[in-house]
Design a protein around this ligand. Structure first.
Ligand SMILES: Nc1ncnc2c1ncn2[C@@H]1O[C@H](COP(=O)(O)OP(=O)(O)OP(=O)(O)O)[C@@H](O)[C@H]1O
Ligand SMILES: [Mg+2]
Length: 910
């Protein structure tokens, strides 16, 4: 009856047929056909097998590095053991890396009539094709669908997960014995049952992918079609056996794969060879340069293999994208440099290089850091890298044949997009690539428009907290892998989000969890994230301190006045039009940093002609009266700010006790940095400064100047928003976070700048908070579960994105004048600031952080904001405690009401 087929029929429905079928061919006798048309394949396979192929695959040196290497070995062995068309099917499945089989034993879901009548909740699933009911002889199937039969009702869903038919009250008989091949008329649609879907395939969502089974992999995605198109077009030209053997002998690995500690990449399997080695070059081991290997950490070796497998399309057929999401400081740069250096001169087929040109796009402040890292690991001669800046334009790169790597900032990329598009890049690396999470922004669109297939995103920031952003990143590296956004929403996002609702029924929860697990499984093939713990053992101890500083008298007076203002009262009545609460929050934060910042804002507002902002104006008028008539903001009096007083003492004690050590001083605000700079000048401390105004071309020079052991600088003033990401500031071993951000990710990024590979001294991190004020509230929000919503784990989100309830605002707009530490009060700790919880260290506690992908994704715990209960395990003591074990804290105690402290890698830490 069928004349035209639904998509699944065109590719071969996986529930009925073997899954891997190159388009245009029927699956039967596939291998025989190949052998007939292409005798060289056999010859080649034999040659490969006789050579180092299996030896290297079985080489324990390689296997010990990575599970995936072991897996691929197993896959290859499996393939070698099978033959004929079933072998082919198995190969395809093994490459897809899917632990699941599609065929499900009918008995699992076929129930006896009695049983089914008893339980209305038993559900059956079928893959079907459908068309509108008509009397025409020649039917035209309109699409594939999934039929869900539950008791006497059914739902028909298209492959995007949308309901296209629903019915209840059907005669039970009609659904009793649905069989493959049967046609049914339901809801005005004619359907033909193509296969049975197991409950597992339904709940994981795999059945919604064309071709079933391993969804996007066997799916007819663009990339795949490209690879599979006309497979016999460029097959090996028959050559004499001798020629081939000569070829074989002349192709040697660039480095000896058998020297001890060599790092050899996994060999492509036969399926890969069949697709990508049409000219039948001999297989050659790809070996990482021993010069690099001797520096690599174990996780970096594993990461290089991962990246190699991804970009070579060995993890997923024809998919060449990867996301390396290692936490900050794990050396993502070195892993990429090793990959580039390897692929540029080596390849598995005849040793031919896989790539010629690489494009690295990175935030402006890291352009020169990349160049520097290339120099550090490969010297100046091996690879010529070209960095684009004001004086070095893309044209130069185009004209010269010298350079193979182009490093450019995201901003410059937009400006030079037309030229960039004329260059054929074989590998694209997007550093700090979480910024591509929004596919509608210009940068993402520009990068998508580049034709390069091998794409790598590097990011140290968690990426799974927002499912839509997650989709954008995935879709960037492996376009189409999750289908169109609309079906992704229906199949994954909606069920997952619904299942997270506390009131979700059990059934919904289960479905959501399964979909999340499937999404994790699928994307896990090309996402790698390791946590900081993997390098802890190479790093010196780290002492984290949270220091609660008593506010100054002027601060308290202004604070009270502000909280009693009309604007705050309006906010607390829920009148939040024009966001007056944000003005108040802004004013309180400035006040905590230094009253002079607030004074300056008031004066600026006075001068501005903007008449609309009544709330702000009236608020400021009230406050101005609190300042002394002769107040001079330029004096930046230290005692006016609790934190500044503590900072000034802290710098003095570090300078005195550790004269050779340096300090990174971080703020989110340029104007606060101006104050801190003033303090440096006043005390004669040599400093460097990097903020949003610093020209990109100068940034690396400033960083290097500070890191140099010959540098006389004592302080590095850093604006975390402008330059926090990616920088290496290992010259400093003390880092002071002067203010706190709503977004814990911003603070974590900043705090990760000094405790990283290359750091020689124990690292001291000081987070300064003004006692009893909004800063404590922000901190509590950061560390309490409620505060860890997706709104704040994203680097680009600020307080404007945070929704406050009136209740929350009441809390934010309260000053706790009589508490030494509100945060400690909230911990329900029985101590009175004298107890020292030395036994437990932070590392022992698992932090849970809101992650939309659910529990399956909550593996890591190192760089997450800690929780209240963990904080309780930190050592803590009030400033009145006389036996402080820390010489630095001891000297600043006078202005400090409370401390928390935790030591990681405890040895001779202080
Ligand atoms: N194997 C290694 N041995 C010594 N130093 C290393 C090693 N790997 C990386 N490093 C150094 O560690 C520092 C951090 O590396 P890198 O900047 O690549 O981190 P990252 O993973 O990109 O972190 P972020 O997410 O903060 O950008 C660099 O100075 C780098 O040279
Ligand atoms: Mg980096």
């Amino acid at each position: 009856m069928r004349r035209s087929a639904a998509p699944s029929q065109l590719q071969g429905n996986s529930f009925k047929k073997p899954k891997f079928i190159p388009p245009g061919r029927s699956n039967s006798c596939l291998n025989e056909e190949i052998t007939q048309l292409n005798p060289d394949i056999k010859l080649f396979e034999g040659a490969a097998n006789n050579n180092t192929f299996l030896q290297s695959q079985n080489d324990p040196r390689i296997c010990s590095l990575n599970l995936s290497t072991e897996e691929s070995t197993r896959e290859i062995n499996k393939r070698d053991n099978c033959s004929g068309k079933y072998c082919f099917e198995a190969c395809a499945r093994a490459t897809l890396n899917s632990p699941h089989t599609v065929h499900s034993p009918p008995k699992e879901i076929t129930l006896s009539k009695g049983q089914e009548e008893e339980s209305d909740s038993l559900v059956k699933y079928f893959s079907v094709v459908w068309c509108k009911a008509s009397k025409k002889k020649h039917k035209k199937w309109e699409g594939d669908a999934v039929l869900i039969v539950k008791g006497m009702s059914f739902t028909l869903k298209d492959l995007e997960g949308k309901d296209i038919g629903k019915g209840i009250g059907y005669k039970f008989k009609e659904f009793e014995k649905i069989e493959v091949g049967q046609t049914l008329m339901i809801c005005g649609k004619e359907i033909e049952v193509m296969g049975i879907i197991s409950p597992e395939d339904f709940s994981s969502g795999r059945c919604f992918q064309l071709g079933g089974g391993s969804p996007a992999i066997s799916n007819s995605s663009q990339a795949l079609r490209k690879c599979f198109s006309n497979p016999f077009k460029r097959v090996c030209k028959p050559g004499s056996k001798e020629n081939r053997q000569n070829d074989f002998q002349s192709c040697k690995p660039r480095h000896d794969p058998y020297t001890p500690n060599s790092l050899v990449m996994p060999r492509p399997d036969k399926n890969h060879q069949w697709m990508f080695n049409k000219t039948c070059f001999p297989l050659v081991d790809v070996v990482i340069d021993p010069h690099l290997v001797c520096h690599l950490r174990p996780h970096q070796k594993e990461g290089i293999i991962f990246l190699y497998e991804c970009v070579m399309g060995m993890r997923m057929n024809g998919r060449c994208g990867a996301i390396l999401a290692d936490e900050m400081g794990l050396g993502k740069t070195l892993q990429c440099i090793s990959l580039i250096w390897t692929l540029q001169y080596q390849g598995p087929y005849g040793g031919k290089p896989v790539i010629k040109k690489t494009l690295i796009v990175t935030p402006g402040s890291l352009v020169n850091n990349w160049r520097k890292e290339f120099q550090k690991w490969l010297g100046n001669e091996r690879i010529k890298v070209f960095t684009v800046d004001q004086d070095h334009k893309v044209e130069e790169f185009i004209k010269s044949t010298l350079y193979s790597v182009l490093i450019i900032s995201y901003e410059m990329l937009l400006r030079s997009l037309d030229q960039i598009k004329t260059i054929k890049f074989d590998l694209l690396i997007c550093d700090e690539g979480h910024r591509l999470k929004n596919s509608s922004i210009k940068t993402t669109a520009a990068l998508i428009s580049l034709s390069c297939e091998k794409r790598i995103i590097l990011t140290g920031t968690p990426i799974q907290n927002d499912l839509q952003e997650f989709f954008a990143l995935i879709d960037f590296v492996n376009p189409g892998i999750l289908g169109p956004l609309s079906s992704y929403r229906k199949i994954y996002e909606e069920p997952i989000i619904l299942s997270r609702e506390p009131s979700a029924p059990e059934e919904e929860k289960e479905l959501g969890e399964r979909r999340a697990a499937e999404l994790t499984r699928l994307t896990g093939l090309f996402i790698l994230r390791r946590t900081q713990e993997v390098i802890n053992k190479y790093l010196p101890p780290k002492i984290d301190n949270v220091v609660f500083c008593r506010p100054g008298a002027l601060q308290i007076e202004l604070y009270r006045k502000l909280l009693n203002s009309q604007v705050v009262r309006f906010c607390l009545q829920g009148l939040l039009e024009n966001s007056p609460h944000l003005i108040c929050i802004g004013a309180l934060k400035k006040l905590c940093n230094h009253p002079c910042l607030l004074f300056n804002s008031i004066k600026e507002k006075e001068c501005s002609s903007d008449r609309d902002e009544n709330e702000e104006r009236s608020l400021y008028e009230v406050l101005l009266n609190v300042f002394p008539a002769d107040y001079n903001p330029l004096l930046v009096t230290e005692k006016e700010s609790g934190k500044l007083q503590v900072l000034s003492k802290l710098l003095a004690v570090i300078h005195e006790l550790r004269p050779t050590e340096k300090v990174v001083l971080v703020s989110n605000y340029t104007k606060t940095l101006d104050i801190l700079q003033e303090v440096c000048k006043r005390h004669g401390y040599a400093y460097k400064r990097l903020d949003g105004q610093t020209p990109v071309s100068q940034r690396q020079q400033i960083v290097e100047g500070f890191n140099s052991k010959y540098s006389t600088d004592f302080i590095f003033l850093l604006s975390s928003k402008a330059g926090g990401v990616g920088l290496n500031l290992i010259g400093g071993s003390h880092l002071i976070l002067y203010d706190i951000d709503w977004n814990p990710a911003t603070d974590i990024q900043a705090m990760s700048r000094v405790w990283r590979d290359g750091q020689k001294h124990p690292v001291h991190i000081y987070r300064l908070l003004t006692t009893g004020t909004i800063e404590e509230k922000i901190y509590q929000r950061q560390i309490s579960k409620q505060g860890l919503s997706e709104a704040v784990v994203d680097l680009t989100k600020t307080s404007e994105h945070i929704q406050f309830s009136v209740e929350e605002l009441k809390n934010v707009f309260t000053l706790h004048e009589n508490s030494q530490c509100v945060t400690h009060d909230l911990l329900d700790c029985e101590c009175i600031g004298e107890k020292d919880h030395t036994g437990d260290s932070l590392e022992k506690f698992v932090v849970s952080r809101h992650c939309q992908l659910g529990p399956h994704h909550q593996k890591s715990n190192s760089l997450k904001p800690l929780s209240m209960s963990q904080l309780k395990q930190w050592k803590h003591f009030s400033g009145d405690n006389f036996n402080l074990p820390d010489p630095f804290l001891e000297r600043i105690r006078e202005n400090v009401s409370f401390f928390f402290q935790n030591i990681t890698n405890q040895a001779s830490a202080i």
